[in-house]
Design a protein. Sequence first.
Length: 313
Amino acid sequence: MLIKRPTDISPAEVTPEPLYRRRREFIRDLGWLGAGAALATLPFPGRAEARLGDVARSPFSTDEELTDYKAVTTYNNFYELGTDKGDPARNAAMLKTEPWSVTVDGEVAQPATLPLEELLAPHPLEQRIYRLRCVEAWSMVIPWIGFPLADLLKRFGPTARAKYVAFTSIHDPANLPGQLFSILEWPYSEGLRLDEALHPLTLLAVGLYDEVLPAQNGAPLRLVVPWKYGFKSAKSIVRITLTEAQPRTAWNTQAPREYGFYSNVNPDVPHPRWSQRSERRIGEFFRRDTLPFNGYADQVAGLYAGMDLKKQF
Ligand SMILES: Nc1nc2c(c(=O)[nH]1)N[C@H]1C(S)=C(S)[C@@H](COP(=O)(O)O)O[C@H]1N2
Ligand SMILES: [Mo]
């Protein structure tokens, strides 16, 4: 199979023209916000011809071959936009992302609701390349653009009582067809323990490849936790709440026996309906062995010292 290199694909090829133009404007606007702080390493170069190599890379970046841009943006799970893997891309225009604001509340010194632009303004965005492997049987290598969640949380001042972080996705049943059905508890929710949330690998993503996050991947703000299964990646986040008690999560609520709170990638813990020993990376023919913590054991295994990961899966 011939796989196109990402730089050979213009976003216009996969995006309706008006949406594409709006994205380019957004890229330019973000550029202004970041100006001064990080012009040299700006991850939104605002040029379609920009190459990945031109911008700053995270120390955690992988050199593994990237998944084709087209696969990353047309093979998705985003049940608000439909349950078929192709639905989120097809229904992308139904997700209204402008204006967008995010509430940060709960156990923080300064709770606030901020327009997205203000939330992003102080964060010199870096290009970070991570492997994200999704739950079930597929995996991808995606060049996320984002910043550590820790940078954002510290700004709001977690209190001494904060032990967990809860993420809430958009609730907009008037526009999102999936929210008319109770496939999951709406709005979609996810959660992390505070130390997981503060780990430098945990990102809030605002883009992938060299463009603003497409709707189907969770525009405009989406969680990326590289050592956990894909479903931990709450999309289109509107609220981040620090809590003392462990928060509920959409998948754990829907099927507690199948999806635990931690959801660490773990080849030794089978899902009740399938083995988790191997995975098929999108674009590859042969399955590969799944690595503990998705290959990030050196960085994150310490977070779980003393825990029985077969029980706390
Ligand atoms: N709001 C919301 N976030 C979501 C989902 C969803 O249905 N709604 N699906 C999750 C699941 S099951 C997966 S595997 C990943 C898929 O992310 P991707 O489409 O960018 O690969 O998003 C996660 N985040
Ligand atoms: Mo998933």
